[in-house]
Design a protein. Sequence first.
Lengths: 312, 311
Amino acid sequence: MVKYIIQRFLMMIVTILIIATLTFFLMHAIPGSPLDSDRTTNPAIQENLEKFYKLDQPLSSQYVSYLKSIITFDFGPSIKKPNETVNSLISRGFPISFELGMVTILVAVISGVILGTLAALRHNGVVDYLAMTFAVVGISLPNFILATLVIKVFAGELGWFPAATWQSPMHMVLPTLALATGPMAIIARLTRASMLEVLTQDYIKMAKAKGLKPWKIIIRYALRNAMMPVVTIMGTMLASILTGTFVIEKIFAIPGMGKYFVESINNRDYPVIMGTTVFYSTFLVVMLFLVDIVYGILDPRIKLHKKEGDAS
Amino acid sequence: MTNIHKVEVKDEWFKPKEKGLEKVETVVRPSLSYWADAWRRLQKNKLAMIGLFFLIFLGVAAILIPMLSPHSVTGTDLPNQNKAPSMQHWFGTDELGRDVFTRTWYGARISLFVGLMAAIIDVTIGIIYGGISGYKGGKVDLVMMRIIEILYGLPHLLVVILLLVVMEPSLTTIIVALTITGWVGMARIVRGQVLQIKNYEFVTASKSFGAGTSRIIRKNLLPNTMGPIIVQMTLTVPSAIFSEAFLSFLGLGIQAPYASWGVMANDALPVILSGDWWRLFFPALFIAITMFAFNVLGDGLQDALDPKLRG
């Protein structure tokens, strides 16, 4: 276990380093300097600017100071937004995005698991049919389309919820709904499939034979085992929710990090793109690492030090 | 539980069986190849067949309709801005008076093209990489899998966004960006399958007849991994279509005046509350139905191609 964790940890560092390097060289492969503009700048000012952004140094020393800035978590100033640094954007936007992400995951996991379990318990019944229809539709609807639909219906026609910004719990309903439906549908399908399998296991029959109450069997024995595949996909799910926040925040005008990221892409604010990409990637890679460790702790049957791929 | 006590023992059970070799040899039903059987089982799945027929229709219509339509994809018609659906413009017009119907079908071309190209490239790279890794095994496999694990850990869409920011936005760029990280999943599946199959007896038999590596991979391993590869492909296409729409929606996709579904949805975003619903509705509907069709077809293929479920 310890050996596996160390191994995974080293892999994580390598992955982050690769992302950082890739980002750096891609940004420097862009023809022209990020400081180029339509107006002709005074050469002295240009030189000062280059000095300020360290663009006058050779590439290798720029790379080294870039790596240093990542370790010290200082991504430098924004080029397009005066008086803003990448750090200030992250520290302002990230808590909001994080909140949106966490609420989404909670909603998706809880309602997905309940839906999947109900479908499995009423296998081939009406509930099963309805839940799975909902699931396929949920998977097929991209979140940005769902977002515009819920705005149109719940904010426009019915006027139940505010359509934009991020102030009160009421504001959180529509963005969460738009973002959580896809993951919820995937979780519901997964839970149903693994629940159907688990329910045929001997230990469930044993529990029934002992005369335990049905809901106790479901919660204590079946659900616990049926949840394992759900934990496995949490990593990819996190990634998709995170990228989902880009469009959701854009559509709902939520001042989160995704909005700044999309803005920085659109006005080609390279330091911000670099900084946020590295930040997002690091965040995701660390989360993936944690999910793997949690998975190992939850399921004692998995021997973590076993090489991946041996099972399949 | 069968009730053993009530079974009646009949005399005819103990009569010797009639002889006659020709009867023993008769085939009860025509033997089906793996693919014929899979096709037979897929046909039983109504939803999957609907998906399949819709996709065929979509492909044909995407080629024909932009050619036959009286309106052009990029042709603007300023007096007719933001017109609701009518006999003349079936899906209405956009803010430049362009026909949404024609643009939607043109978007189908782009989306299907991106999806199919991405899937084909992914499959090709995935088969070669996964095949070599799984077949060679040992140190080669170890190194190749380490590379895959690292690539797998990269946040896919972030890398794609990064590439698109740097490269000139075009259709080729999108396909390249999507496939640079997209082949990894396919390679893992192929490797897992090859690893399993290469130890089967028929491969050993083939080897003992003197078949070389490339022959074994082509003739023994690949045909037997086709099932999971096809299933993965039907899932790759919609995810590529989704990615293209998503990236276009972020402003990183195909550039104006050409249209993809994502671009059209993005352009329609400012006007949804004002009531011009058709500009968002039709591209959104097409994205959703196409994703739906690929998903149900993929589900159906998964069941149909699984030899364990063969019956």
